[in-house]
Design a protein around this ligand. Sequence first.
Ligand code: GTP
Ligand code: MG
Length: 371
Amino acid sequence: PETITVQELANRMAERATEVIKQLMKLGVMATINQTIDADTAELVVQELGHTIKRVTAADVEEGILGNQDETDEEQQPRPPVVTIMGHVDHGKTSLLDAIRSADVVRGEAGGITQHIGAYQVNLASGNKITFLDTPGHAAFTEMRLRGATVTDIVVLVVAGDDGIMEQTVEAINHAKASEAPIIVAINKMDKPDANADRVRQELLQHELIVEEMGGDIQTVEVSAKTKMGLDKLEEAIMLQAELLELKANANRAAIGAVIEAKLDKGRGSVATVLVQKGTLNVGDIFVTGSEWGRVRAMTNERGQKLKSAGPSLPVEVLGLNGTPSAGDDFIVVENDAKAREIAAYREQKKKDLAAAAAGRGSLEQMLAKL
Ligand code: GTP
Ligand code: MG
């Protein structure tokens, strides 16, 4: 059943919570400020206090709080593609990413502290930028998708040319298909004498991935992470696919993004890697992520450099969270902390209600089991 907390009901009527509690007492309902009451009881209170009733769905409330931020086409500008690399164990995902990163023209040789963050943007000599998500596994990719986060534009499937398609390659293909992100196949380890790209192309066919050479639309690129052969071709393939997808975002609006990973750091508190998807994120911005909120205290890139702002497709580490969100949580900038609190509290309540409903079902099942 629909429920609402006493506090939330009071907020929506702009009445004091004590006023709502008083009315509830008149109805014979004893409730504290944080308790939930059912929608029918809430309606009686609303009427008693002389307000008009309008039942809204959870989605309405979120939209009402967040505001409708749709943009026109003119405000959309091209944005870099966000790429996830997947493939069988030891087929060279990490080596390939490292090879691509070493081609980053902005990186420099200074080194410094390169802490591992789950996402980074590479600046290529051509002027192209590509964002890579370094998902620790297929499970993480699926988990994020299940939580409603669609962050990957393109999947690069790494297949070792000597091994061919293996168990986790098939898994990766299935995950990629379910996400509906287009797949580019990087046939790696082509420096090895027993590597056979044509065999890989044949094997792909068995999984309904029809490569261009066979009249399909799946691009394959022969590469070697070891000798760095073919990396430019891989970049071209990604940029071509990105062009077909017409990836665009408005940079001139409050930021919306997704949490790629988050952790509790001993020295720095909660730290989240956030991929900005729309708008520009600035230091000082107030945000909600999942049922947590905070103010951006500092932002750094993968090289540990401080940033003042971050535009679409840029992943950044954000400091200033009040709690630790989960991978796949949304990250939304709001006008002020009152709004942030309101949304966070609303989402927290929703979580509790769902948990209570689940527990209720559990006890009913237990009851039935005893019968
Ligand atoms: P997991 O993260 O364990 O799933 O592996 P991975 O897919 O990240 O593979 P990784 O990059 O760790 O490479 C596995 C092994 O293959 C390492 O010993 C690499 O040196 C080797 N390797 C990767 N790419 C190439 C390549 O292009 N040529 C050759 N000869 N070896 C490669
Ligand atoms: Mg690896």
